[in-house]
Design a protein around this ligand. Structure first.
Ligand SMILES: [Zn+2]
Length: 454
C-alpha cells in the first residue's frame, strides 16, 4: 500500500476497472488496499465493507496506535487484480474488495481518544473508517497544527486542507484548459512552468499582477497556441481551480477580472504554500516539469520555453549543456576555465571495462580500428539543474545512439529494468546489468520524472 503498484504492470488484470484506476492515478502508480470476502453474512466485516464510501478517511491501526491515514478515492471488486497483486490465502481467497487510496500519510496517534472523540466503537480492526463528514474534526484531532481552511477561497471545498503530493500530481494532470479550435490552450501549463521556474530560482512564490503580466504575457505570446489571445489575466485568475494556486487582494468578481481591475486591486497570485513546498524538492520538481511538458506542451519548443522560465536542462538527463552552464553543481569544477563539472575519469573507465563496451540497452559494441567504443552516461546529470552524484550507481554504459536517446528522454528505464520508449511506453529492451554494478533506483526514478513518467 505504501509503495503503490504500477498500473502498467497489471494491465492484463485491470479489466473494466482500468479506466477508472488510470483516472484516479494519472501518474500510473496506484495505492490499493484489499479485503477478503466475508465468511458469514451480516458479520461485522460485511457491515464495514458495505459502509465505506468514496471520500471516507481510513485509519490503519497497529499496536493501539493509528500508524497511517488515507482517503478512499474509489472502491472496486476485482479478483484477478487482487490475485495478481497479493496472491491468495490458505483458503484460496484473495483480497478482492479493493480500495483505491489517496493522501496516504504515516501518523502516530494513540487510537483510543480519537475513536472516543469520533464516537466510533472500539474494538478495533486493522482498519477503521471515518466518514467524510467527520474528516475535519478527525484531522484536528490527529494533527492540530494543520492550517485551518478559514479565509481560503478554495473552489473545491471537498478537498482536505492539506495538499499532498498525490493531490498535486492529480491536479497537474487534470488541468481544465480552454479548447481553442481543436487544441487545449497552453496558458495554464505555461504559467505553472513559469511559477516552478521561480521556485527553482528561489524567488518569491507570490507576485503582483504587474510583474505577472510582464513576465507571463510574453511567454503566452511566444509559446501559446497561435490562435490564442494573449490574456495573462486568464491563468492569473483561473488557475485557482487547480487547487494549487491562490489569488490575493481581489474578491470573486462575476467573471474573469479585467487587467485594469487587477491593477486597481493590486492583486497578487502564485502557487499555494503547500504546492510550493512540494515543488521545492528536486524530485517532485523534475516530475512536475516532465508531466506538464509531456501532457500539455507536446509540440512546443521545450528547450526554448524551459530556458526562458529558468528551467533549462530539464529536457536532458545530463542537464544544461556545458557551454550554457553557468554553475554551481555539487560536483566540483576542474578549474575556472572549464565549464565541465569534474567527472571522475576512473569511473568512466571502470564502467566501460565492466561492460567491455557493450551497450546496456541494446548489447551492441561499436568497433574502432584497434578496440571498441562506448559512452558513460550519467542517469541523473551531475551538473545543473539535476545535481546527481558522480558515482558508479548513477552511470550506465551505452552506445552513442542509446546515449542520445536516454539523454534526450526518448527512452527510460522502468522499475523492473525494462527499457521503454517514452513516446509509446512500449518495452524495447531489458537493461543488461553486470553483477557488480549496483544501479540506484532513485536516479532512474528521477530520470523517469523528467520523461513525464512518474
Ligand atoms: Zn545501444
Amino acid at each position: 500500500m505504501r509503495e503503490g503498484i504500477r498500473l502498467s504492470d497489471y494491465e492484463h488484470v485491470l479489466g473494466a476497472d482500468g479506466e477508472a484506476l488510470r483516472e484516479l492515478f494519472p501518474a500510473g502508480v496506484a495505492r490499493l488496499w484489499g479485503s477478503t470476502p466475508p465468511v458469514r453474512e451480516k458479520s461485522e466485516k460485511v457491515t464495514a465493507l458495505e459502509e465505506r464510501r468514496v471520500g471516507d478517511e481510513v485509519l490503519f491501526y497497529a499496536g493501539k496506535k493509528f500508524v497511517a491515514k488515507a482517503r478512499i478515492l474509489g472502491l472496486f471488486r476485482n479478483r484477478p487484480l487482487a490475485k495478481a497483486v497479493w496472491g491468495v490465502d490458505d483458503d484460496q481467497k484473495t483480497w478482492e474488495h479493493i480500495m483505491a487510496l489517496g493522501d496516504v500519510a504515516e501518523i502516530e496517534v494513540p487510537a483510543e481518544p480519537v475513536l472516543r472523540g469520533l464516537r466510533i466503537p472500539v474494538p478495533l480492526r486493522s482498519l477503521t473508517l471515518v466518514p467524510a463528514e467527520g474528516r475535519r474534526s478527525f484531522l484536528d484531532m490527529v494533527d492540530p497544527s494543520e492550517p485551518s481552511q478559514t479565509g481560503r477561497n478554495d473552489s473545491r471545498p471537498e478537498r482536505g486542507p492539506t495538499l499532498g503530493r498525490d493531490d498535486l500530481f492529480r491536479s497537474l494532470s487534470s488541468l481544465k484548459t480552454h479548447i481553442k479550435g481543436q487544441r487545449p490552450s497552453r496558458h495554464k501549463p505555461i504559467t505553472l512552468l513559469w511559477a516552478i521556474g521561480r521556485l527553482a530560482a528561489e524567488q518569491d512564490r507570490i507576485v503582483g499582477w504587474e510583474t505577472f503580466r510582464n513576465e507571463v504575457g510574453p511567454l503566452l505570446k511566444d509559446f501559446g497556441l497561435p490562435e490564442s489571445r494573449v490574456t495573462p489575466e486568464y491563468p492569473f485568475w483561473h488557475l485557482r481551480s487547480s487547487g494549487l494556486w491562490s489569488v490575493e487582494g481581489i474578491e470573486q468578481p462575476p467573471s474573469t477580472p479585467t487587467p485594469s481591475q487587477l491593477t486597481v486591486a493590486r492583486a497578487r497570485a502564485g502557487l499555494t504554500k503547500d504546492a510550493a513546498k512540494i515543488l521545492r524538492r528536486s524530485l517532485a520538481r523534475a516530475e512536475a516539469v516532465g508531466l506538464l511538458c509531456s501532457k500539455y506542451l507536446g509540440d512546443v519548443d521545450r528547450d526554448e520555453l524551459l530556458e526562458r522560465v529558468g528551467l533549462a536542462g530539464y529536457t536532458r538527463a545530463s542537464g544544461e549543456l556545458p557551454d550554457g552552464g553557468r554553475g554551481g553543481g555539487r560536483v566540483p569544477r576542474r578549474s575556472v576555465t572549464s565549464s565541465q563539472p569534474d567527472r571522475d575519469p576512473r569511473l568512466v573507465e571502470r564502467i566501460k571495462v565492466m561492460y567491455e563496451h557493450e551497450c546496456q540497452v541494446c548489447g551492441s559494441r561499436v568497433e574502432t580500428r584497434y578496440s571498441h567504443y562506448s559512452e558513460a552516461a550519467h542517469i541523473r546529470g551531475v551538473g545543473k539543474p539535476h545535481h546527481g552524484p558522480d558515482e558508479l550507481s548513477n552511470l550506465l554504459c551505452l552506445c552513442p545512439n542509446h546515449h542520445v536517446e536516454f539523454d534526450r528522454l526518448a527512452i527510460y528505464i522502468d522499475e523492473d529494468w525494462t527499457v521503454r520508449r517514452n513516446s509509446t511506453g512500449a518495452v524495447d529492451y531489458q537493461l543488461k546489468r553486470h553483477v557488480d554494478h549496483v544501479i540506484e533506483q532513485e536516479h532512474l526514478r528521477y530520470h523517469r520524472g523528467l520523461c513525464g513518467r512518474l
